[in-house]
Design a protein around this ligand. Sequence first.
Ligand code: ADP
Ligand code: MG
Length: 614
Amino acid sequence: MKKTSKSQKPIIGIDLGTTNSSAAYIKDGQAEIIPSPGGERIIPSVVHVDRAGKVVVGQDAADALIAMPGRTIAAVKRKMGSEEHLEVAGKKLLPEEVSALILKELKEYADNLLGPGEKEAVISVPAHFADAQRKATKKAGELAGFTVERVINEPTAAAMAFGLSNLDQDQHILVYDLGGGTFDVSLVEMMEGVLEVKASAGDNNLGGEDFDWKLVELFVGNMEDKYGVNPMEDLRAKTLLKGEAERVKKELSVKETCSVNLPAVIVKDDQPLDLELEVSRNEFVELIKDSLEKTLGCVEQVLEDASLDPEEIDEVLLVGGSTRIPWVREALAENFSFGNKPRQDINPEEAVALGVAVQAGLKSGELAESGFIVTDVAPYSLGIAVLKGFQGIMMVPGGFHTIIPKNTTIPVTRSDRFSTAADGQTVVEIEVYQGEKEGTRDNYPLGEFLLSGIPPRPAGQEEVEVTFHYNINGILEVQARCVSNNKAMGVSLKDALDRKSEGSYKESLERLETIFDAAEEPSEEDMDDFLAGFQEMEEESQEGIKARLKKEALLAIADGKELLSRLPQKARKELAELLESLEGALEGPDEDLQEALNEVLDLLIEIDEGDENE
Ligand code: ADP
Ligand code: MG
């Protein structure tokens, strides 16, 4: 174990992925992954709240997904920036709060390795993340206890990891990043130690998750045809099928065909129904062809935006687990004659975290001597809806007026002036959008505010200056100013958003605290005894699995007993009987115990869901 020698806070780099997350730092001038105490270099971005109320993150949480979907959340990154509350174990959490739990886990690994204490973090986001998603990511980091001064685009990070070890080469690098939830492609130029992003394109809703769901659709169709039931109506079956889909998908990356044989997906008329079929690689590719071809369109786009021919690309970096699908390499080779340019020596799951650590190292000064400089671009155009006039009392919205064009190097500040559209107009509504379409309707709204107090004069005689400042984190600040009286009235977008998020930050912290408090709730003595007893047992006996099984059983018994008095008579009787057999099975063989436990868990889940549906 080694502490950083610098006196300042260590800065770590974090790849907070849809599917997997990891952290890295700079050690002796090189980026290195921060492993978990168990040695894992990346962990699933899955959060589970166990029966005792304890938050579990990573592989153990992923393992719990099928047995306890109601207590487990995966792929939360897809919801970042939305205000949708996610339910886990009866608690409602915002996406950034769930993400904070993942980041907190990574912080523990960092504390372990580098010593406890305050830490700064740089966190990566897909280049195509919008303002709200970036802010939510930053907030997640701070909720986890980091100081987050920087978020950085994922493909840029991946290029940085590569760039740092190839500082002496001048080249064009294409980063193709296809992960679990998002797709990004960036074209990067390395020239005399300066890494400059030239263009980027992508899709926030295209990734391995979508491919899994396509396979699930195939499975569901098969079961509907065979049995006339839709397994998707059952949460557990749905989770089971999703897990199987991912397994099949991965197997098809190495094999031409894969047999699926999943017993008892669902029970109909007391009959367990199995899923049985063969899927070929071609069949799978056919299912996801549209998405895959979209990624090629984006590659074309960045080449065009950067005015480069495919032959001028020197390096192709494949990043993200989904680039292990053989089609990706093949299609890039075929369509852009990249041949075997895609590097084989890059770990697609680690490249981003390592690159974020490089950014962290540049920031902390640890890499100052490398002379490495990095510039990034705005991944989309930013502008406003121009108010063209009034029709009765209805405003007639104009088209989209770009203030910062896509692929402008950041940070950047740009202003534009607009004149009043109606006689005596004293108020202007500033609506901010991002996107490449001509009409605001097809672009993405970022926010709006009013500038009031314009002196009433004939149309066109008053001017309003709108200033956009897009910072290195890809976060936008907007200001509007009436030119004649020089007053920036109304609120700037930044203030409006910050004020809103400040209130919600406190609420979020409180909610997270209740989660951690809840973990201590079942501190009734018996629960403590159970836990202590079985911890001992786990240590003493060489049979960790058996101990864990028993612990699970005891927790289920405690859970179930607590629930009994609140159940209607029929359910109470059923549960009481199952609990009794579970108790009876405690000292018996593992298989019997597992079976009895499954029965209790099934019923508990059923009751849980019944509650939810009320
Ligand atoms: P993220 O950045 O979204 O967290 P990763 O880069 O870790 O994602 O990639 C995760 C995605 O890659 C998942 O959808 C996973 O199923 C997929 N994946 C991982 N390995 C393979 C493989 N061998 N073949 C196909 N897809 C894979
Ligand atoms: Mg990723």
